[in-house]
Ligand binder design. Sequence first.
Ligand code: AMP
Length: 280
Amino acid sequence: MQVIRTVPELRDRLRERRGKKRAFVPTMGALHEGHLSLCDHARNAIGPKGDLVASIFVNPAQFGPGEDFEAYPRPLDADLDKCRARGVDLIFAPEADALYRPDRSVAVTENTLSRGLCGASRPGHFDGVCTVVTKLFHLVQPDLAVFGEKDYQQLAVIRRMVRDLDFPVEILGAPIVREDSGLAMSSRNQYLSERERAEAPALHRALAAAAEASTAGEALALARRELDTTSLGRIDYLEAVDPETLEPLPKDSTGPGRLLLAVFFGKTRLIDNGAILTRR
Ligand code: AMP
């Protein structure tokens, strides 16, 4: 597995590997089975002879002031071992100044899907995501890229960006990988105290309860009832939306839909989502 830290070196190595089908998995590191499942999906899609590229980059542009950019875990050596064991061919792990010039003045903005939900709670977040993914796509030039449904809104925003800006890359979505408790795997789970971790599976219980509902309004009520069982969780948002447009569903809608939620445990913000109103 090649480990590359700079843009010129990345260009050189990729030039040598031209001609193979190339899949790309962008991450911020602190890798867990969720990330590694994306590598498996990517490998399945390109076959054993394809080239699997992953990036590990804690992107400063997608963190707001006061968020956890500094605290974000960066266990690079352990991450590299996991990637090696999972058959990744090339890792791009630049420092921030290898990707961003101090006087940079161009960014990529998606103007519809990124407005609500996490975009409303984290202004500028999706501009940072779209900009770094654009840069990484230009550098890596993959045939396909895999993103997790864990970040459902992000996946929708990236699909829209790729569609509207004609990126020659196929976007694959991969299902959410969960711990046995139902808690969606996340690099941020390691911030949780023991008590918070014990309560956090309520997010998944909320989604499971909502999946049984027959209207969007009922899905929201059932989910809220589960979330209200936690003493430490504070709801940031809980919304039932159209799975494609992310527009809020009317209360009497019978679907299909997606329930998305974000809940704070202390300073740790967890997100999760699941399908609703798909039973009939
Ligand atoms: P991150 O490192 O948090 O930026 O995530 C990198 C990629 O991994 C994104 O496409 C995420 O949606 C995906 N991902 C993170 N956690 C999970 C999970 N539990 N299941 C599936 N994909 C995930």
